[in-house]
Design a protein around this ligand. Structure first.
Ligand code: ADP
Ligand code: MG
Length: 559
């Protein structure tokens, strides 16, 4: 009697597989990085689990990854002695995609392979990338610490179904056999594989071992470690090449685009930790899903503790990826402990500053790259002033705005640039908020500013009015909503302008009274203004009233 079962992939997996196979054919080799990355994660997980129960090592704590190939059979075999998987794990991990929002994400795909291959970068390809080069994949695995009879054999041709069968497996951990497609047989080659391991996986924490290939008669075949096998962040900065930083990013971030920038720091003294932080080039598809995984990979004394440790950075920096390795925390640390630990708080304060400095540096060093960052993550950073009072000034310096100066909707003007262009006598930073850019740009409130040549920030993102509620000033200059209160243009307004306004108010006193009476239940006050040059009238909001946009948000929320 056989216990072999055939199961179907989740619909999303089928779609992803199809997409991957068709859009990544020019990038085939990444499958190896993905599989080695998984093997390394599995070794990390076993080492962590063994902290509490070292019988899980089953007598062998020498964690490593083996890479073999067979030219005749056209196969590549990757074996790890990491945590392994039980039957349910296999079905869950190699049959479904756990991340919520995947279905909606896949709906956005256009069928245009060029475009889609970029989109897929937001997702991370992972295990399924094996099918870029394989027409059949076998996975043999057993969870560390379970009986040898509970091994699992998974097999699939990547065409919608997989089989799963219970097998006897002496060794815990996972063995993956890739049966290469006819157009991918080039990978069953020692030279090629060694190069790929060096290129993509040099600085994972575990050795990748291959059999040596003797060049001389009679030389014996031995095992040799192909990669450097020291965790990248433990090396001194000046010994690490940019390429190595980039590859390491791809390993930890499950991304396959290069990061925009990074910051690597070793801190000794009161706190003792190393951090390596990265800014991705592209927002993940679930950036706005507040439940989406975020946070850093946490290590304690080089031992992997957990993924997505979210306590080390505030929510508004959730796009930051990286590693933090602490020598102060205990190896037993749990998520609960992290939540109210003073060491963690101190590291978080430091890493927050580090991230903001990294962004500030990027903005100075490479304006194009910074603009790319802003376009992807700007609206997330805008949550900053409200969430992080103490860093408001720093965050404000990183914001980018559309303004009347360019007249374009692209948000690319910094407050420093605005201040540089301020008029003689101008002492405020003016802004306008509206539902959309065009509405803001054509608002009658801007008339006088145009006439005086005073620049106004144009804010039309949903979050903007709320954000401005938390920003009072920057560089000693107050923010002023042009649609609010009694407009004071400072010294930009001439004595003449002021006199003119007073005279007009006197002259039209009766008219103002009559309008006020007629609109009595709708307005608080009617007054003469210098705000307008072409339009006859406009509405303004009181200094302390809720703005028009905010009102809509509150109404929409049923308040
Ligand atoms: P990710 O690595 O981003 O989680 P993958 O598609 O690469 O996504 O892998 C899916 C899951 O399958 C992993 O999270 C892990 O639980 C499991 N897995 C994959 N490879 C291995 C392995 N070699 N050993 C143990 N578990 C693995
Ligand atoms: Mg993976």
């Amino acid at each position: 009697e056989t216990n072999k079962e055939t199961l179907g992939f989740q619909t999303e997996v089928k779609q992803l597989l199809h997409l991957m196979i068709h859009s990544l054919y020019s990038n085939k080799e990444i499958f190896l990085r993905e599989l080695i990355s998984n093997a390394s994660d599995a070794a990390d997980k076993l080492r962590f689990a063994a902290l509490k129960d070292d019988s899980l090592y089953e007598g062998n704590s020498d964690l490593h990854i083996r890479l073999d190939f067979d030219k005749e059979a056209n196969t590549i075999t990757l074996t790890d002695n990491g945590i392994g998987m039980g039957r349910e794990d296999v079905i869950e991990n190699l049959g479904t995609i756990a991340r919520s929002g995947t279905a909606e994400f896949l709906k956005q795909l256009s069928g245009d392979e060029q475009k889609d291959s970029k989109l897929i970068g937001q997702f991370g390809v992972g295990f399924y990338s094996a099918f870029i080069v394989a027409d059949k994949v076998d996975v043999y695995t057993r969870r560390a610490g379970t009986p040898v009879e509970e091994g699992v054999h998974w097999q699939s041709a990547g065409d919608g179904e997989f089989t799963i069968e219970q097998v006897v497996r002496e060794q815990h951990g996972t063995k993956i056999v890739i049966h290469l497609k006819p157009d991918a047989t080039e990978f069953a080659d020692g030279f090629r594989l060694r190069n790929l391991v060096k290129k993509y996986s040099d600085h994972i924490s575990f050795p990748v071992i291959m059999k040596s290939e003797p060049t001389e008669e009679g030389e014996e075949v031995k095992d040799e470690t192909v990669n450097d096998a020291t965790a990248l962040w433990t090396l001194p900065r000046n010994e690490i090449k940019d390429e190595e930083y980039k590859e390491f990013y791809k390993h930890i971030a499950h991304d396959f685009e290069d990061p925009l920038t990074w910051s690597h720091n070793k801190v000794e003294g009161k706190l003792d930790y190393t951090s390596l932080l990265y800014i991705p080039a592209r927002a993940p598809f679930d950036l706005y899903n507040r439940e989406a995984p975020r946070g850093l990979k946490l290590y304690v004394q080089r031992v992997f503790i957990m993924d997505d440790a979210e306590q080390f950075l505030p929510l508004y920096l959730r796009f930051t990826k990286g590693v933090v390795d602490s020598n102060d925390l205990s190896l037993n640390v749990s998520r609960e402990i992290l939540q109210n630990d003073s060491t963690v708080d101190s590291i978080r304060t430091a890493l927050t500053k580090r991230s903001l400095d990294m962004l500030s540096k990027l903005s100075k060093k490479d304006a194009d790259a910074y603009q790319k960052f802003w376009d992807e993550f700007g609206t997330v950073l805008k949550e900053g002033p409200a969430e992080d009072f103490s860093n408001r000034e720093k965050i404000a310096g990183l914001l980018r705005f559309a303004t009347t100066h360019t007249g374009e909707s692209t948000q690319n003007v910094s407050l420093d640039q605005y201040i540089e262009r301020m008029k003689e006598g101008q002492n405020k930073i003016y802004y306008i908020t509206a539902d959309n850019f065009m509405a803001a740009k054509s608002s009658p409130h801007l008339e006088v500013f145009r006439k005086k040549g005073v620049e106004v920030l144009i804010l039309s993102d949903r979050i903007d009015e709320w954000m401005m509620g938390y920003l009072n000033e920057y560089d000693g200059k107050q923010f002023q909503d042009v649609a609010r209160g009694d407009l004071d243009l400072g010294e930009v307004e001439t004595e003449e302008d002021k006199k003119h306004k007073e005279e007009a108010a006197e002259e039209h006193k009766d008219l103002l009274e009559r309008i006020k009476t007629a609109l009595s239940d709708r307005v608080q006050e009617v007054r003469v203004t210098n705000r307008l040059t072409d339009s006859p009238a406009c509405l303004v909001v009181g200094d302390f009233d809720m703005g028009a946009q905010m009102k809509k948000i509150m109404e929409a929320a049923g308040q």
